[in-house]
Design a protein around this ligand. Structure first.
Ligand code: SF4
Length: 87
């Protein structure tokens, strides 16, 4: 089993995981999404750039929706939850 697969737990909350593992889990989740579900790399970077410039971004999370923006922005059907959407 690959090292990255060892920390996939379908029942754990973030608080139940060792701190550095939940970030690794997020990146594993993103990497394993179907290409059909993801935006292009260019669109992803564009979305994240807008989040970086946004006052609602705190510690990687959007204060409006509570999502980790790196996870939200990669999914094609998601959008910025602001009343004036940035992406
Ligand atoms: S998702 Fe939208 S509101 Fe949230 S941090 Fe990104 S740009 Fe800002």
């Amino acid at each position: 089993m690959e090292n990255s697969q060892r920390w996939i737990c379908r029942k754990c909350l973030l608080k139940d995981l060792p701190e550095k593992n939940y970030l690794r889990n997020m990146y594993t989740y993103i990497a394993n999404l179907s290409e059909d579900d993801k935006v292009s790399d260019k669109e992803y970077e564009c979305r994240l750039m807008k989040c970086r410039e946004c006052v609602q971004l705190i510690n990687g999370m959007c204060r409006i929706c509570g999502c980790f923006v790196e996870m939200r922005a990669v999914i094609a059907v998601r959008h910025c939850p602001d009343n004036d959407p940035k992406w």
